[in-house]
Design a binder for this molecule. Structure first.
Ligand code: ZN
Length: 346
């Protein structure tokens, strides 16, 4: 069994998955605000999962946390987690002191990439891609990369930060200090800036207004969709992934979003034989709604694909590979292929 926790700005999503990848239990709790409260939330989630499943922590093979911000996955140090109310936190150490087992920590989008990949590569899936990009459409825009079955962080952990690729020199100023970043149009914050509404779901409100013929809404939606299509094109042109899975809060827009993005990609293909040859539209998928990709992925952080299950380490096992320090060793656990259960398709 493995435990994965996804600590979000408002809620903490926690799962137990079996060694063969089945979702065994899932709970959601409110996330506390501030460093101590975040540690408490994670510890509380783990305690509740153990209670519900009757598991003991010493038989759990891995415990992983996905969390927004800059994460040093070797040390478990988290910084710039602004929405969680702290600037810096040794989350891995704090939880290890509390629980007595090793706890792996990963950036939430990178964890979600592992979770999405486990779903695609599972035994019940028809295709098992070697490579995948997970495009997270949330408040921001970022991607996680799984190449040859392994999470690719890059030298400094910045791989996949495509939301900060400037695409419009006269565009809006981005919080990162650059102008016209993809994220300023193709994200929740981009929509919020351009589409003021009291609707609890601004993106749905935007799509509805555009469908109803509001020309301004159509314009904002068009920039949003073009931005996502650009992100897909960037991901394929840089790493040529088999599949781009769109997830994150805005993926709840569902098929109207997927249809709009594939329509733009198809239009680009019609005017460029080169783009046509890449078959971009065929590579895009939506993450199944409700699938807890970041929590499932957190449970798999540090698990090396293809290794023998017989050589598995315990939950207190080897360090995750860190591209930040280059000193990680990786564990010898096998990657369980995630089998979606009825619970996973909520
Ligand atoms: Zn930016």
């Amino acid at each position: 069994m493995r435990i994965g926790i996804d600590i979000g700005g408002t809620k903490t999503d926690a799962v137990v998955i079996s060694d063969d990848g089945r979702l065994i239990e899932r709970i959601r709790l409110a996330t506390g605000f501030g460093a101590d409260a975040v540690v408490d939330s994670a510890a509380d989630a783990i305690r509740q999962l153990l209670e519900r499943t009757g598991l003991r922590l010493d038989v759990v093979r891995s415990v992983g946390i996905g969390i927004p911000g800059t994460v040093d996955s070797a040390s478990g140090h988290v910084s710039h987690a602004v929405n969680l109310g702290f600037d810096t936190l040794d989350l891995g150490d704090a939880l290890e002191d509390r629980l007595g087992v090793r706890v792996r920590v990963e950036n939430d989008v990178k964890a979600a990439a592992l979770g999405a990949y486990s779903l695609l590569a599972g035994p019940e899936s028809e295709t098992s891609p070697a490579s995948m990009a997970y495009l997270n459409l949330g408040t921001g825009l970022a991607a996680g990369l799984v190449l040859n079955g392994e999470l690719w962080r890059g030298s400094w952990g910045a791989a996949g930060e495509i939301g900060h690729i400037p695409v419009d020199p006269s565009g809006a100023l981005c919080p990162c200090g650059q102008r016209g970043c993809l994220e300023t149009v193709a994200s929740g914050s981009g929509i919020a800036r351009q589409w003021q509404t009291t609707d609890a779901k601004p993106a749905q409100s935007l799509f509805a207004a555009a469908d109803a013929g509001d020309p301004y809404a159509a314009d904002v939606r068009s920039r949003f969709v073009d931005g996502i299509a650009s992100a897909v094109r960037i991901l394929v042109l840089t790493v040529d992934v088999d599949t781009v899975v769109i997830g994150g809060g805005l993926s709840n827009l569902g098929s109207p979003l997927l249809d709009a993005v594939t329509a733009v990609l198809t239009e680009w293909a019609e005017s460029s034989p080169f783009i046509a040859s890449l078959d971009l539209a065929r590579r895009v998928e939506l993450l199944p709604e409700g699938f807890p990709a970041a929590a499932v992925g957190a449970a798999l952080v540090g698990v090396v694909p293809g290794a023998s299950a017989g050589g598995a380490t315990s939950g207190t096992g080897a360090a995750t590979t860190s591209t930040t320090t280059g000193t990680g060793t990786g564990s010898t656990d096998a990657t369980p292929a995630l089998v979606p259960t009825s619970e996973s398709s909520m």
